[in-house]
Each structure stands twice: as C-alpha cells, then as structure tokens.
Design a protein around this ligand. Structure first.
Ligand code: ASP
Length: 319
C-alpha cells in the first residue's frame, strides 16, 4: 500500500516555552499553522504535486504577520526587510531560490518561478525583484512588510548588540519581560499522491543581520533540499551553522550513502552538525514512505503535520 499524502510545516525554532505565550497567542499560532496545513492538504488530496502543496502552505504563512517570512519579516541592522526563499522538487531535482528581496509579496512564489521559468537556481537582490515582476508576481512597498513587533525586536537586538534568531528576540533586554511574539521562519515538506517529495522554506533571516547577509533557507542543501530517493527537508535556526554543516543535504546523504533511515539520519545530523557545533534550530524531514521527523535542539519549534485526510496535528513546545 502506498503511503498517504503527507505535509509537514514549521514556523521557526527558538526560545519558546509555555511561559512565553499566552493561551490567546498560542491559539493564533495554532490557527495559522492549521490553515497552512489545510491549504496544502486540500491540494494533495486533489492529486496536486508536492511542489504546489509546499508552495501553498508556505504562502499562507508568508501572508501571516505572526511569522518571520513575507509580511512580518524581521529587520536588518539598517531597518530593512531582506527576504530569502527556496523550493526544491524531489521528483525532478529542479530547484529555485531568491535571496535579498525587499518587495516581493510572496518570496516562495518567486522561488517557484525561478525554478520553473528562469533556467537558473538562485537569483538575488534587484535581479530577483525584476524577474519576479516580469512573472506578474505581487510586489509591495516597505510599509507592507513592516510590523511594529519586529521593529521593537530590532531595537532590543540593537540594544544588546546581537544578531538574533527570531524566537530568541522575544524578551526585552533585561530578559524579564516577554515581548509579544510575532516571529518565525517558515517551511514545508510534502509527499504527494504520485509518490513525489518537495520542500520549501521562506524567511526574513535574522534580526539585526548585516546588509546583504543571506542565510541557509535559500541555499539548496543547507536549509532546503528534496530528492525522491531520500528525503525532503526544510530547516530553521541560526543559518550560519546550517550552511557550514550543509544540514538538509547531510540528512539525505546519510540515507543515500550510509543506508540510514530518515529517523537515524536526522538524529545523526542534528547531533553532529548542530549540537556539536553549537548550532541551534530544527528541521522537518519526510521520506517517500511517509516516515517523518520534526526535530529540534531549541526549547521549541512551531510545527504541524497532516497525513491523508486526517486532522492537523500541531505542537509548539518540546513536551
Ligand atoms: N534560518 C534562518 C536564517 O538563518 C533563520 C530562521 O530559521 O529563523 O536566515
């Protein structure tokens, strides 16, 4: 029997404990993750491709100001929103990505267009913007992406002179008073009815990052990877560690070359490439048999799952 269609999403990892979210805030996050899961699930149940499902799920989260992607992206040191996104199709090995875009409403749609229509894998900055516009994608001014909570988060990061993983920036500098949390890089991995895998990731990066800094999310193999023979992976966390460890591909490589299962490969990669180096974050990973992993070494990770026509299962904290 073939595996049921499956979709996993994440909304970022970081310092997230029960004490940090009010019940009302928790509900908002759960609602948003549920909407993203249902958007992708309804496509998968109608026979759509894994690529279309991950793009649909990530677009929902980009439009939601709670997460650090699209609307609600974090600010650079200079107070700009510079966004990165990637998509990979496990069936064909095709991939597309954009980095440092400032006005594309849904960077994941631009990444999909790069994959399907540019003949390239990664476009950056003004070139990526021009290409997205030529594809008829919606563009927005800086006011669309600006959210008060992110701005406050940048001020806290500037005061501490720190580059922050979004969920870690949710406390005031004195660490005593939580700032309302509206943070989280987003990603999705899917298995479609035809047995194909795909992955997508979208982010505003890290609060107070240097101009022009690109994270792991748009780098194929680092923050995003999909191959039908092994796994689809989307990562979140301190991007520099995921780039150095080529984390998403590392999981697939352990399966391909070492014959490890998805669970063994994910555990080994988190241990050797993140824990061992001080890298903090997490991954969602899925194979063609429908085995899945939602792994992280932070206090929490916004995450969710649907299989077949079952209801969304959503979790935030470690326990
Ligand atoms: N991985 C992202 C980056 O480094 C940040 C995140 O996951 O929150 O750009």
């Amino acid at each position: 029997m073939s595996a049921p269609v499956t979709l996993l999403v994440h909304g970022g990892a970081g310092t997230l404990t029960r004490a940090d979210l009010s019940p009302a805030q928790e509900l908002e996050y759960r609602d948003a993750l549920g909407q993203a899961l249902r958007a992708g699930q309804s496509l998968l149940l109608r026979g759509a491709s894994a690529v279309d499902a991950v793009v649909a799920a990530v677009s929902v989260l980009e439009d939601c100001p709670l997460f650090n992607a699209g609307k609600g992206s974090v600010f650079t040191h200079e107070g700009r929103n510079e966004m990165d996104a990637a998509v990979m199709d496990g069936a064909t090995g095709q991939a597309g990505a954009v980095a440092g875009v400032v006005s594309v409403r849904n960077p994941v749609l631009a990444a999909q267009s790069v994959m399907q229509r540019s003949g390239h894998v990664l476009l950056i900055g003004q070139g990526a913007e021009a290409f997205a516009q030529s594809q008829g994608l919606a563009m927005e001014g800086p006011e669309y992406f600006h959210t008060a909570h992110r701005w406050q988060q940048l001020q806290a990061a500037l005061a501490q002179n720190q580059v922050m993983l979004d969920h870690d920036g949710q406390r005031q500098p004195d660490q005593s008073k939580p700032i309302d949390r509206k943070f989280g890089t987003v990603g999705a991995v899917a298995l479609d009815a035809h047995g194909h895998l795909a992955a997508a990731t979208s982010t505003g990066g890290m609060t107070n990052k240097m101009f022009g800094r690109v994270g792991d999310s748009p780098l194929i193999g680092a923050g995003t990877y999909a191959c039908d023979a092994t796994a689809a992976v989307s990562a979140t966390g301190a991007g520099e560690f995921f780039m150095r460890g080529v984390v998403a591909h590392d999981i697939a490589a352990r399966m391909a070359y070492g014959g490890l299962s998805l669970a063994q490969a994910t555990e080994a990669t988190v241990r050797d490439k993140l824990d061992a180096t001080g890298g903090r974050g997490g991954v969602i990973a899925l194979d063609r048999q429908g085995h899945y992993q939602l792994a992280f070494n932070t206090e929490g990770m916004y995450r969710g799952l649907v299989q077949g026509n079952g209801p969304p299962q959503i979790a935030i904290y470690r326990d």
